[in-house]
Design a protein around this ligand. Structure first.
Ligand code: ADP
Ligand code: MG
Length: 429
């Protein structure tokens, strides 16, 4: 009905106002499907975008639908053609809809890595195997791995794909041992067409899982299945990885990603702004590109700050506006200390500072500790080493890993996102 789709368009417009940070220009391709028994069904272009909306945007869509219709409405996202059941891996593929080849800006710093990822996704197992991508944090490794999985799913809809972070691989392995389900674990990982493991530097120091990884690798390789790995350093420089593993990693293609040049950074600012449907002047993009250098994730952070501040897609972001908005943040940062952050986090989660500094590894302590590291990283200018030092003498890789993990959770987990917002509010007050 024409009327329904008009209302639907209004809902989408309202979502953009309510949640500019997570809104994307592809929301315009969402379609009204059905409205029945108080439930609004929204048709998504593919299962990945449906998953993203369900995880990240459900509350803003629900609120928008209720505001526009004036009724209590629930929202359901239905997505594209799902993979058929028999080929679906045990861990569902959770791909970020922003992380595609289209949205990846290619420059001299990442040309080889990008080209090899495209090649692998076109004919998995037949070009570079294994493919090993490395570079420091925030340079697009995870982005490229998601893009490979998405492209392969599109090209070969029945391909069995397993995408997993190394940490999760290790955790699942340990759980399988405890639950006595090692056989299932082995089948699950050794029978796929494409295995993608992110951040393999976290494999070290965990002997049994390393052994399992070695055998999984060999089984897949012998089968002609594609293996793609990422890490923060080249195979030979990952401490404590045994030679027999690093020599396996090196037998395919090893591609490095370097920090982006100024031109690439500016192009990324422009691309990301466009994806969010925001207008930005060229000199504002230049300014942000010159300000944020080492880690592209910071570009994303800067854009999020700006978008939250402009509050409307209609207003163009100018250089002056960006200067004030981002400059302000920097000056207020100087006053925040790690002690402030520890105080706020321990009060919020009702734990003791000594717990944060202890070796305790229970979830109720680990999560606040990682949140502390993440907040210290984003709100102060302390180095990873210094932050680790304040939190029980942990090394910089532990801090880096915590920051990565929380920043991923901030995107995918509503609860964590609102906890981080609240904590940031209390700390910067
Ligand atoms: P890594 O896994 O190497 O730490 P990510 O893949 O998480 O880095 O990237 C961090 C952020 O930077 C993501 O939002 C990603 O989309 C973005 N990014 C990195 N490189 C590029 C690029 N070349 N083009 C567009 N976005 C990029
Ligand atoms: Mg990553």
């Amino acid at each position: 009905m024409a009327q329904d789709s008009e209302i639907f368009d209004k809902i989408i417009e309202r979502v953009k106002v309510l949640d500019p940070v997570n809104s994307r220009s592809w929301f315009d391709t969402l379609k009204y499907k059905n409205f029945n028994g108080g439930q609004l069904e929204i048709e998504c272009p593919d299962p990945q975008s449906a998953g993203f909306l369900q995880d990240v945007c459900i509350s803003s869509f629900t609120l928008a639908a209720q505001q526009i219709t004036g009724h209590l409405v629930s929202v359901k996202f239905v997505g594209g053609n799902h993979q058929d059941k028999t080929s679906r891996p045990a861990i569902p593929l959770k791909l970020h809809p922003d992380y595609t080849f289209d949205s990846f800006v290619v420059g001299p710093c990442n040309r080889l890595a990008h080209a090899s990822c495209v090649a692998v996704s076109k004919s998995p197992g037949r070009t570079y195997n294994p493919l090993f991508i490395y570079g420091t944090v925030g340079l697009g490794k995870t982005h490229l791995l998601h893009a490979i999985c998405r492209e392969t799913t599109n090209a070969i809809p029945n391909a069995k794909i397993q995408f997993i972070s190394c940490e999760e691989f290790v955790n699942r392995f340990i759980n399988a041992i405890e639950a006595g389900t090692l056989a299932q674990f082995k089948t699950q990982f050794r029978t796929v067409d494409l295995l993608v493991i992110d951040d393999v530097q976290f494999l070290r120091e965990r002997d049994q899982s390393q052994e399992e990884f070695f055998h999984t690798f060999n089984a897949l390789y012998a089968n002609g299945s594609q293996i793609v790995l990422s890490a923060d350093a080249p195979p030979g420089e990952i401490p404590t990885l045994p030679e027999r593993l690093t020599s396996r990693f090196k037998c395919g293609l090893v591609a490095r990603i370097d920090p982006p040049t100024h031109e690439t950074r500016v192009a990324i600012v422009q691309k990301k702004s466009k994806m969010r449907g925001m207008k930005i002047t060229d000199d504002a993009a230049e300014y942000i590109g010159s300000k944020v250098k080492a880690n592209i994730r910071e570009i994303e952070g800067a854009l999020t700050t700006l978008y939250a501040l402009v509050g409307s897609n209609e207003q163009e972001i100018t250089k002056e506006f960006a200067k004030i908005a981002l400059g302000d943040k920097e000056t207020s940062d100087r006053n925040i200390t790690i002690t402030d952050i520890i105080k706020a986090v321990t009060a919020y989660y009702d734990i003791r500072p000594a717990d944060l500094q202890s070796k305790k590894r229970s979830q109720s302590i680990t999560m606040p500790r990682q949140i502390c590291m993440y907040l210290a990283r984003s709100l102060t200018s302390h180095s990873l080493e210094e932050i680790g030092g304040h939190l029980g003498g942990r090394d910089h890789t532990t801090v880096m890993h915590a920051c990565d993990k929380i920043s991923e959770l901030e995107k995918s987990d509503e609860k964590i996102k609102s906890q981080l917002n609240e904590l940031t509010k209390r700390i910067t007050k």
